[in-house]
Write a protein that binds this ligand. Structure first.
Ligand SMILES: C[S@@+](CC[C@H](N)C(=O)[O-])C[C@H]1O[C@@H](n2cnc3c(N)ncnc32)[C@H](O)[C@@H]1O
Length: 339
């Protein structure tokens, strides 16, 4: 089956692997392209090597990092309703595909609920990080041994064609506000691509981080212990490890800034001085001016009307919105329209 072109979060125009896991060659192409453009960019999807995945688990535990706690709370509170909304009637099988599953912390709430209701379903977690997926598979084997699991190491869009092969209802989970990593135009294109293999009875369940006090958002991406800084800087360590780059990581700093006008939280790696970096795998050097930034991540925050409008533009309708008491986060149930 032909695979759709991959859209990577943050910077869709940069080349990514056309097939499944971005291999070293795709990373090389990405780095060559990202570090020769102005401003320099690298995609957040390369944060998640083994070290990065572990650092992200630490981030999720930070007092400042509200998204995981909030989505965990709302999924716990609404688990019966969410399971009921996803489960098809009359014992029709359910294929639950999760994009960017990570450690599945919040998904397990739903999986437990579905199992307790003896739902007939398969869970297919997809992640670009083999180590994250392997840890998830092992933890599911231990914690939920009765669960049918079909893990897939792949880029988001490379996993979508597998949906067409599934009988029964398909439901796609996209939690943690990963949708916020896309630039607005790419976000719409990605949602359209997600909607394409879905039939009217299929469902999408997408987490959106909502707009709130800018200081709360700012702190979440610039924590006092510096774990988010380590997570961002690990990208340079990764390029040193995997591409033989010679980034002197202590000559770089993490900088994150929320803009309440467009709802974008942007993260950067800033060069503390003028420097040259050689990337052996590319046989190429890159010059950085003092205080020049590499843009590494966007994390957009949303309003409910914006979500409604985005869904409509993508050919989806909002069936239900699950949110927390403070309306900090929303998990939105969507279905395709007009098919
Ligand atoms: C921010 S974490 C969120 C994990 C989980 N969804 C949650 O809500 O806690 C993002 C996860 O998505 C994966 N990921 C990021 N970009 C991806 C891409 N383009 N394709 C597949 N997986 C990706 C990462 O490896 C990571 O495990």
């Amino acid at each position: 089956m032909p695979s759709s072109p991959a859209i990577s979060p943050t910077f869709a125009a940069l080349p990514t692997s056309p097939a499944t896991t971005p291999d070293t060659q795709a990373l090389q192409e990405h780095v060559r392209s990202g570090l020769t453009r102005t401003p320099k960019t690298l995609s957040s999807m390369y944060f998640y090597d083994e070290v990065g995945s572990r650092l992200f688990q630490q981030i999720m535990q930070l007092p400042e990092y509200y998204p995981t706690r909030t989505e965990f709370g709302l999924m716990t509170e609404h688990r019966h309703a969410i399971a009921a909304a996803l489960m098809p009637a009359n014992g029709v099988p359910l294929h639950l595909l999760e994009l960017g599953a990570g450690d599945g912390l919040k998904t397990k709430i739903l999986l437990r609920e579905l199992l307790s209701q003896q739902a007939n379903f398969t869970y297919a977690p997809v992640d670009i990080s083999p180590s994250a997926l392997d840890e998830l598979r092992q933890s599911l084997e231990q914690e939920l041994p009765e669960l049918r699991v079909q893990p897939l190491t792949a880029e988001y869009t490379a996993a979508l064609p597998t949906l067409r092969e599934q009988p029964g209802r398909k439901a796609v989970l996209f939690l943690g506000s990963n949708i916020g990593n896309f630039l607005p135009a790419d976000r719409l294109q990605f949602l359209r691509q997600l909607a394409q293999p879905l039939a009217p009875d299929d469902r999408l369940f997408v987490g959106f981080d909502l707009r709130k006090d800018p200081r709360v958002i700012q702190a979440a991406y610039d924590d006092a212990q510096g774990v988010t800084a380590a997570f961002n800087l690990n990208l340079l360590h990764r390029l040193n490890r995997e591409l033989g780059a010679d980034f002197q990581v202590d000559q770089w700093q993490h900088f994150a800034q929320y803009n309440p006008l467009d709802g974008a939280m942007r993260s950067f790696l800033v060069s503390r001085r003028a420097q040259q970096v050689h990337v052996a795998a590319l046989g190429q050097s890159f010059a950085f001016e003092a205080w020049e930034a590499i843009h590494t991540e966007n994390s957009y925050k949303f309003t409910l009307p914006q979500i409604e409008a985005l869904a409509a533009e993508a050919g989806l309708q909002v069936l239900e919105v699950f949110t927390d008491e403070q309306a900090w986060f929303a998990d939105v149930l969507l279905a395709p329209v007009g098919k």
